[in-house]
Design a protein around this ligand. Structure first.
Ligand code: NAP
Length: 296
């Protein structure tokens, strides 16, 4: 069987595309390796998505998933390991199956980047985290550090400030790149200490658990956790043979969100663009689906 469209990724871009494709009469399948909602799942509070004054990331993810079920859009929880082209058809290989489609939309998003420090991987879940919503409660009443100066770092530090005793907010420059609104709010938090012009240069452990961090190869700060928000890396390894990415792994698309390979589209955080927001990802997924629905 050949699908009209296969959508890889069940985040906001993939779900928006699936809604438009299904309502456009296409025979569509979504493939997702983990859970619906993608990166939205690790956002504690979404306040800039129209229709919701405030909604938690997991709640928004569930609402998106409800819409997929209400429209009876088929999905499989399978990891895609290879995407290739066979004449007009696209071949999508997962760990379990091989699917064929006329169109494929890549909406696999990005994963958090970790600091390049020795033994950091072994400390994930033992003091190192990239998800305040998942792990913040473990550090109630403790002193912790957050690293990064963008919207993610400040937004998640705001959430953590309500749980922990103190946050050292460590940034490598002396000004944040986050929005003015977030900067204003974080500066009002009495338990946040700003550590500017600073890099985490080492991690200290006790009994296999994080006990502190070293800053700029000199100062040591005892902390129970380090939350890292220094950006994200795209997930496009499975499409490497198609030559549709830049050296960093982001996909180049045209105005219709189509790549240089006809019938292969991309939307959301995976593409090269200026604005990485939930609302832009939704619009890109919808635009891609409208385009390939009209090609039918
Ligand atoms: P980001 O905007 O790329 O910021 C990453 C931060 O980490 C920057 O401050 C950067 O410092 C710092 N950094 C990068 N590499 C580092 C390293 N090796 N060591 C120390 N610091 C390092 O990433 P983000 O905050 O995750 O945001 C990603 C995108 O999602 C953005 O477009 C953002 O606007 C969007 N977003 C929006 C919202 C919202 O609207 N509420 C929330 C979250 C994310 P420099 O500043 O010096 O480069």
């Amino acid at each position: 069987m050949t699908y009209d469209a296969i959508i890889i990724g069940m985040g906001i871009a993939g779900i928006s595309a699936a809604i438009y494709a299904k309502r456009g009469g296409l025979n569509v399948l979504i493939l997702e390796k983990e859970r619906p909602g993608g990166i939205i799942n690790i956002i504690d509070n979404v306040e800039n998505y129209p229709g919701y004054t405030s909604i938690s990331g997991p709640d928004l993810s569930m609402k998106l998933f409800e819409q997929i079920n209400a429209l009876e859009i088929p999905y499989q929880m399978e990891e895609v390991i290879e995407l290739s082209v066979d004449q007009e058809e696209k071949i999508v290989k997962t760990t379990q199956n091989t699917y064929r489609a006329k169109n494929v939309l890549i909406a696999t998003g990005r994963s958090p980047i970790l600091l390049d420090l020795p033994n950091i991987d072994q400390l994930i879940g033992k003091g190192i985290s990239t998800c305040a919503l998942c792990d913040g409660a473990l550090y109630k009443g403790k002193e912790i550090a957050v690293v990064g100066g963008g919207n993610s770092a400040l937004q998640e530090a705001l959430y953590l400030s309500k749980l922990v005793k103190k946050i050292y907010l460590i940034h490598r420059r002396n000004e944040f790149r986050a929005s003015e609104e977030l900067i204003k709010r974080i500066k009002k938090c009495p338990n946040v200490e700003f550590v500017y012009n600073s890099q985490v240069t080492n991690l200290q452990t006790e009994n296999g658990v994080l006990s502190g961090i070293e800053i700029n190869q000199e100062k040591k700060i005892p902390v129970s956790a380090l939350f890292i928000y220094i950006g994200y890396a795209p997930k496009t390894d499975f499409a490497s043979a198609l030559n549709i990415t830049n050296p960093a792994g982001y996909i180049l698309v045209d105005d219709n969100y189509e790549t240089t390979v006809p019938g292969i589209y991309a939307a959301g955080d995976i593409i090269i663009k200026k604005v990485y927001q939930i609302v832009t990802a939704a619009a890109e997924g919808a635009s891609a689906a409208i385009h390939f629905s009209r090609q039918k």
